[in-house]
Design a protein around this ligand. Structure first.
Ligand SMILES: [Zn+2]
Length: 268
């Protein structure tokens, strides 16, 4: 690339041919023959994706802007020829949900740092509209994101027409991130359940709980606390429950989840 310090971008074209699998190879061969290959060719009907060269190297689908080689602008300049015609935007009726290769193409662009934006605005719907609109050179050179061929300086083409920017590029899929335990969940002993606390229970959790009860001023221990669940543990825990405002059977000394979480017993 000539200007790898400039932001990564994608440029969208249309082949001005019919779409569909039957045209895929012949159009690709034509682009090679006329030395105007993009990096990627895509058929929105079959979801077929073809690649002419590495995404990190320049393609040949743009004309130069004077002496400046537009194909070599930016960290990457990933160009896509989509089978279809600018006058009839290929995104009409196109559902990315059913097009895994299309989604992979967008993911690859994002992986190369291409922003989900159109710095020169949405692609325009007609040749006349494109002709009236200046192809802003400083926007092209200084901004990353998605561009229409018709927005790049030094060009005469107006493709790809008014493709839907909610689809190209749309938003990355919003699958929920795997849930991470909160820091407190990692730090504190989870409530072991009320059934855990009975005579004969021997556990370091009981010791850790007892130390916390002492720390909050509810310890009734003459010695300890220790790992065996005893009536003194129960009396101490009941004091903690009363301190939290529980009364009656809610302050019977058998831990419940709410009071346990508030006690913040360190993880054993
Ligand atoms: Zn083009």
């Amino acid at each position: 690339m000539d200007y790898p310090g400039n932001p990564p971008r994608a440029v969208w074209h249309t082949t001005e041919s019919p779409a569909g699998d039957a045209y895929f190879n012949s159009v690709a061969l034509y682009l090679i023959r006329v030395a105007s290959e993009p990096q990627v060719i895509y058929d929105p009907i079959s979801d077929k994706l073809g690649q002419f060269g590495p995404l990190t190297q320049s393609a040949r689908a743009l004309q130069n802007d004077g002496s400046r080689r537009t194909n070599r602008e930016g960290k990457v300049c990933i160009q896509v020829e989509v089978l279809g015609r600018a006058a009839s935007p290929w995104t009409n009726g196109f559902d990315p949900a059913g097009k895994p290769n299309f989604r992979k193409l967008l993911a690859a662009m994002r992986a190369h740092g291409i922003a989900d934006t159109w710095p020169a605005g949405k692609p325009l719907a007609t040749a006349a509209a494109v002709a009236k609109t200046p192809r802003n050179r400083s926007t092209w050179q200084s901004k990353g994101g998605h561009f229409a061929h018709g927005q790049v300086p030094g060009q005469t083409h107006w493709d790809p027409g008014a493709i839907n920017t909610d689809i190209v590029p749309g938003q990355p899929s919003t699958a929920p991130a795997p849930s991470k335990p909160s820091p407190s969940a990692l730090q504190y002993e989870p409530f072991p359940g009320a059934g855990f606390f009975h005579g004969g229970r021997h556990s370091p959790i009981i010791t850790a709980m007892g130390r916390r009860l002492v720390a909050v001023g509810c310890g009734k221990y003459r010695s300890g606390p220790g790992p065996n669940w005893t009536t003194v543990d129960r009396d101490s825990y009941a004091a903690w429950q009363r301190k939290l405002g529980y009364t009656g059977t809610a302050a019977d000394g058998i831990p419940g989840k709410a009071s346990w979480d508030k006690l913040r017993v360190p993880k054993v």
